[in-house]
Ligand binder design. Structure first.
Ligand SMILES: C[S@@+](CC[C@H](N)C(=O)[O-])C[C@H]1O[C@@H](n2cnc3c(N)ncnc32)[C@H](O)[C@@H]1O
Length: 420
């Protein structure tokens, strides 16, 4: 299958879906570092990055692959962070980073070493605030993971980022994902797969359930082999997102089920696993900064998978301006309903914890829908009321107003797409 595509010795071809994935990875990693290095009291940030399917480092066209992307963004972020800190009158932050690069093919790792060496040397010379240690492994990922566990435990790393950019679906065991997400206090995973491979797996593990989930698409087993013909249908995207969410939502508290949006159709998925809503908030915002790079089909308010997949009545959400318009309208109704489900008050931190597994929305749209809402007031810790969206903080409370503009519960307003 992917043998030719990833022939690093002859020069690997960079596919469109990989280019899109790289852009998200690059921008997310930069934001991740800038968010994690913003405390005025901080002078050091330690993290480990595990690139489990690292590849050769550069494509035939010269474009960097994931290992070089991590190095380039480390350089860009640390320069940005320290320039910003100097302007704020804060001290310099140093970053200590363990970068583990694994590829099962030793020949590929030799190519990778040659591509990494010049950049690593330049970083050592020009960025004294970066303390970088690179480890190379040459194992199938499941074997490499045992070595990685030892490295992480010996170095006592708490901040860990995995990039699991496999070719198909089978190279990372689901139990390994769960283990990763439970093993480190602050851990995030970027996990790639081809949906065809997931379907092949589900066909073996749970064929009846899969058949029921796909029945409305009128698919027979031959269609399932190729998916051609349906790969561009919006109902396909909606159905596939549900399959993905069902397959992985128990792996982590926050799981994004969005497909990479490509001219080829919706066949590759990039999932972000996180254990904090803050990570998912940053991820959603990055997707909006890269509108049309990923796609979601369904609702765009708080209950994104709540629509009837047997009808083409959902909306295609491409994280762009028209999509955000629809999202704002849905959030406007959904947010007071969620607060009412809790009683009449909900802390903003709890609110974020509830919503970020369940919405593709941009933080700014969520905050605007709160402030403009006639049924909600935002109460500060001092008891005052917030009036600007960008001033809402996690210590605030969302409170339903005594006089609601429309009735919320007790059988009076069971609107479609409730927040459960
Ligand atoms: C999609 S490419 C990686 C691309 C790279 N992450 C990038 O962004 O440029 C997948 C790589 O995984 C390697 N590979 C395949 N099966 C593997 C396995 N079970 N464990 C580790 N590496 C594997 C292949 O040799 C190939 O180089």
């Amino acid at each position: 299958m992917a043998t030719k595509q990833y022939d690093w010795a002859a020069g690997a071809t960079l596919e469109e879906h990989s280019r899109r994935k790289h852009k998200i990875l690059r921008e997310y990693f930069f934001d991740y570092l800038t968010v994690r290095c913003q405390s005025p009291h901080q002078s050091r940030f330690r993290l480990a990055i595990i690139d489990g399917f690292a590849g050769g480092g550069r494509y035939r066209c010269g474009t960097p692959g994931s290992p070089l992307i991590f190095l380039e963004e480390l350089q860009r972020a640390i320069t940005f962070v320290n320039t910003r800190r100097a302007a704020q009158g804060f001290g310099t932050v140093e970053i200590e980073c363990l970068l583990v690069l694994n590829d099962e093919d030793p020949a590929v790792v030799e190519i990778l070493k040659k591509n990494v060496a010049p950049l690593q040397a330049a970083l050592t010379e020009t960025v004294p605030t970066l303390h970088l240690h690179v480890e190379y492994l040459t194992q199938p990922f499941e074997h490499a993971y045992r070595l990685v566990q030892r490295l992480l435990s010996a170095g006592r790393y708490r901040n860990v980022l995995f990039n699991l950019d496999q070719c198909g679906h089978r190279d990372v065991d689901r139990r390994t994902l769960v283990d990763i997400m439970h093993s480190y206090p602050s851990v995030e995973v970027f996990y790639t797969f081809a949906i065809q491979a997931l379907i092949a797996f589900l066909r073996k593990s749970d064929p009846e359930r899969l058949a029921a989930q796909l029945a409305h698409l009128d698919l027979n087993y031959t269609d399932l082999e190729s998916l051609e013909g349906i790969i561009h249908r919006k109902t396909w995207l909606g159905t596939a997102e549900r399959l993905v969410f069902e397959a992985f939502h128990t792996c982590a508290p926050f799981v994004s089920p969005f497909s990479i949006n490509s001219r080829d159709g919706w066949r590759y998925w990039l999932i972000h696993f996180a254990n904090s809503y803050r990570a998912r908030q940053v991820y959603n915002n990055i997707l909006h900064a890269n509108s049309s790079t990923q796609a979601h089909f369904g609702r765009s308010g708080l209950n994104m998978l709540a629509f009837d997949p047997t009808h083409e009545d959902g909306t295609l959400y491409l994280f762009d301006a028209p999509g955000r318009h629809t999202a704002q309208a849905q959030l406007f109704d959904d947010i007071p309903r969620l607060v009412a489900e809790a009683g009449d008050v909900l802390g903003v931190a709890d609110f974020y914890g509830h919503i970020y597994n369940n919405t593709p929305a941009h933080t700014d749209d969520v905050h605007t829908a709160i402030i403009n809402n006639p049924d909600i007031e935002v109460i500060t810790p001092a008891g005052g009321e917030r009036r600007k969206p960008n001033t809402i903080t996690v210590t605030d409370l969302l409170k339903l107003k005594a006089q609601m503009s429309f009735p919320m519960f007790f059988g009076t307003n069971a609107k479609d797409g409730g927040t459960k």
